[in-house]
Design a binder for this molecule. Sequence first.
Ligand SMILES: NC(=O)c1ccc[n+]([C@@H]2O[C@H](COP(=O)([O-])OP(=O)(O)OC[C@H]3O[C@@H](n4cnc5c(N)ncnc54)[C@H](O)[C@@H]3O)[C@@H](O)[C@H]2O)c1
Length: 246
Amino acid sequence: MERIMNVNGKVCVVTGGARGIGREIVDRFAAGGAKKVYACDVNIEALEGCAENVAPYVLNVTDVAAIAKFTDDVLAADGAIDVLVNNAGITRDGLLQNTSDEEWNLVVGINLKGVFNVTRAIAPGMVNAGSGSIINMASVVGVDGNIGQTNYSATKAGVIGMTKTWSKEFARKGAQVRVNALAPGFIATPMTEKVPQKVLDIMVGNTVLGRMGTPEDIANAAMFFASDMSSFITGQVLKVDGGLKL
Ligand SMILES: NC(=O)c1ccc[n+]([C@@H]2O[C@H](COP(=O)([O-])OP(=O)(O)OC[C@H]3O[C@@H](n4cnc5c(N)ncnc54)[C@H](O)[C@@H]3O)[C@@H](O)[C@H]2O)c1
């Protein structure tokens, strides 16, 4: 087995891959030897000029028919999908009593049902091939909860539940299909630009390492789960949060 973390020769799919954490994972996999990295997003303009082994692809994780077509296209072109990172996610924060049905449905539709949609399409190919690594982007708030994030924390807790279920389901009959979740703390991306500075300061104050995380911090952990270095790790939730106490 290779002793260096890489995704040599692997076909990788990253949802929400155009910016923030997803973009960093795309670039990391591309530089880490991937045969191809499909960077799927609703808007792929930001991916112009990316590396040669990155394939930008317009894909909304709520569009079941488009996901089926995407999966068929990739399997036809590349024969297999080795790594799936379910990273696309949004926030619509507010206290419970201020959260509308629309805000609930939007966040649940993308963060929870979107992960279900994409994995349901892609996992069977991994199981048939007998190997694969699925990495679901959860959050510390899916483990610990957070004021003003009822809809978001519910989806991230749900993602953790699906991760544990799929780790058992996809490994039947000896298939080495691993499913793990990453639970980032507060990471500097366009998503957290919307969070008031006052709240971010409190979060940094409650973080042992005394800083916000970077997309690189999360991409490092994603690379570990995608690589064969984590070949005996499945069904786990790894907090990457600098020691945050929520
Ligand atoms: N930033 C943080 O502090 C933090 C903390 C914990 C977890 N996360 C999770 O990490 C993931 C990435 O977050 P980020 O901070 O990079 O966010 P971001 O908003 O910077 O990027 C998210 C990307 O997802 C894409 N996207 C949104 N809806 C989509 C859809 N329906 N289909 C396909 N793509 C879609 C967006 O276009 C965007 O490119 C999310 O799942 C988020 O919940 C982020």
